[in-house]
Write a protein that binds this ligand. Structure first.
Ligand code: HEM
Length: 499
């Protein structure tokens, strides 16, 4: 299968961009509407007073804030999954979020990138702006030995020290907290020392007291209501019956409200920009040994599910779809042109998708190998968009229709072009599997030995093999390799992710 520009970015871009409608990734559904809570379902979720979009933002803060930037340790590495037993990480946000994210994790999508992406999505889909998302985080193998997440009862001095250790000064700590506390609530269930039981009811079973009057909107309302003394007045970390628990009040007042007043006078747009900046710094705080890649840009032209496969009568065909992402949403002609000169006009499907980045349209294709076998690339032209070129090869192919995951066994079939060097081919399987002490999966590896088969498409030799694997928690990836080089990759679904 061809993944553009590579399997990692292709999948993360899919989560980021394909929000709703045709071929949506099922990730955005958890936070649509932004007041939704997905871990329970039906009425229980609607009436719980919990908010998934807000939980995602709280998770990344708790993962991040144990960073020691001086020492180059900690930051966003999904170690929070191992730390949920700590008093400083009480509340359901961590396990709820990991439960939802877990099926999306695979060889190319670490939990730590989802911890960061969750916040990018919550902010962008719930009224804020796009925080450029840089992939490449690495999942921690255990708990971060550093502890110290600010809690409602933590003194101001200690709170500021904890932010400082993670690289943020006093002003930045205030802004980041206001950016976080524009979504969601403090719940009586979990934090009875902060929120009294006055809001516990049939419609709010966990007794959430919202930080501002718009719990599902990423907006500057929390700042306005705090300064004006209106609405929720900043929420229960400002107004708690228990003075010790007024941690937001202590923090906001620590510079005599100067920062909160600046945020107030800057208005909505200025607030959203400052949040992009600081939340961006937060999600990009990673251990020193990790290097993040360039920010993912939503792709205007994206070929998806492009693969060679064997169709009826042993014919080899290349199929896939072209996704066009367009702000204007106009009708357009899509053309695919192969490097051997073969060209086709594609028809756009009726079903469209919607995205915070524009409308998505999809144009499928299926073309015989006999027409395009000599090609090393194809280019796509679409309406007013600049044409783009994508590489293909037909020397070594994993055949999707003959490769499967069934429970704990994997079968794979490959086709190698006659004349291509087929000595030393091997297959590496990476399986995301459960591990103790965290809901974040670990990777386990397996090998497949390939045996030559008879038959197959003309001009190709088939090889096949199978192996047992551990129970997968998400997509299983197969790489066809020789001498450490990956010749082809296929992700096999371990089940449907998201709901
Ligand atoms: C002094 C620093 C902070 C303290 C003491 C603090 C404390 C808390 C507490 C006690 C809750 C209630 C959790 C629950 O009831 O489930 C909460 C919620 C939340 N916090 Fe913070 N927080 C701080 C800073 C931050 C920062 C910097 C962010 C993110 C940038 C953040 C994001 C959130 C979010 C989004 C919620 C709502 C969660 C939900 O509705 O489930 N917090 N915080």
């Amino acid at each position: 299968m061809f993944y553009y520009p590579n399997p990692q970015v292709s999948q993360l871009e899919h989560i980021l961009v394909d929000n709703w409608g045709a071929y949506a990734s099922n990730f955005s559904s958890a936070i649509t509407p932004c007041t939704r809570y997905v871990t329970e379902i039906g009425e229980a979720a609607d009436n719980s007073g919990r908010t998934t979009s807000a939980q995602w933002l709280r998770v990344v803060f708790h993962d991040f804030v144990t960073a020691d930037v001086g020492a180059g340790t900690g930051g966003v590495d999904a170690s929070i999954g191992f730390e949920t037993f700590r008093e400083e990480n009480k509340g359901s946000a961590f396990n709820d979020s990991f439960t939802f994210w877990r099926p999306f994790v695979n060889e190319f999508v670490p939990m730590a990138d989802l911890v960061a992406l969750g916040t990018v999505m919550s902010v962008n889909l719930c009224g804020g702006k796009y925080i450029p998302f840089r992939p490449g985080r690495v999942d921690a193998l255990g708990a971060d030995p550093t502890t110290g997440v600010p809690e409602p009862g933590t003194s101001l001095e200690e709170t500021l020290e904890e932010f400082e250790r993670a690289g943020l000064n006093q002003t930045e700590a205030i802004v980041l907290t206001a950016c976080g506390h524009t979504l969601g609530s403090v719940h009586h269930s979990g934090f009875p020392e902060v929120s009294d039981n006055s809001t516990v009811s049939e419609n709010n079973t966990n007794g959430g007291i919202n930080f501002d009057s718009t719990r599902g909107m990423f907006d500057s309302r929390v700042v306005q209501e705090y300064i004006d003394g209106s609405g929720n007045r900043g929420g229960s970390l400002v107004t708690s019956f228990n003075e010790t628990s007024r941690s937001d009040l202590r923090l906001y007042e620590s510079d005599s409200n100067a920062t909160m007043k600046t945020l107030y006078t800057q208005g909505e747009d200025g607030f959203l920009d400052m949040c992009v900046d600081l939340l961006g710094r937060m999600i990009d705080t990673v251990p020193a040994h990790v290097t993040l890649q360039d920010a993912i840009q939503p792709m205007s032209i994206k070929p998806i599910n492009v693969t060679w496969d064997i169709a009826e009568n042993s014919r080899l065909v290349l199929s896939g779809k072209v996704r066009i992402l367009d702000q204007a949403g106009q009708d357009k002609t899509v053309t695919i042109t192969f490097s051997n000169g073969y060209k086709e006009a594609l028809t756009i499907e009726n079903a469209t998708g919607t995205s915070v980045f524009g409308e998505t349209q999809f144009a499928p294709f299926m073309i015989d190998h006999s027409r395009i076998g000599a090609s090393s690339s194809f280019s796509i032209g679409a309406g007013g968009l600049a044409a783009e070129t994508f590489d293909i090869q037909d020397s070594y192919l994993i055949i999707p229709s003959l490769s499967t995951v069934n429970g704990t066994s994997v079968k794979m079939t490959i086709a190698a072009k006659k004349g291509a060097n087929d000595s030393g081919l091997s297959a590496r399987i990476t399986v995301p599997t459960a591990q103790p002490l965290t809901l974040g999966p670990k990777s386990s590896l397996a090998e497949i030995k390939l045996q030559r088969l008879s038959g197959g498409p003309s001009g190709f030799v088939l090889w096949q093999g199978d192996t047992d694997i551990e129970q997968p928690t998400g997509a299983v990836s197969i790489r066809l390799m020789r001498d450490g080089e990956t010749l082809d990759t296929l992700l096999l679904d371990g089940g449907v992710a998201g709901w």
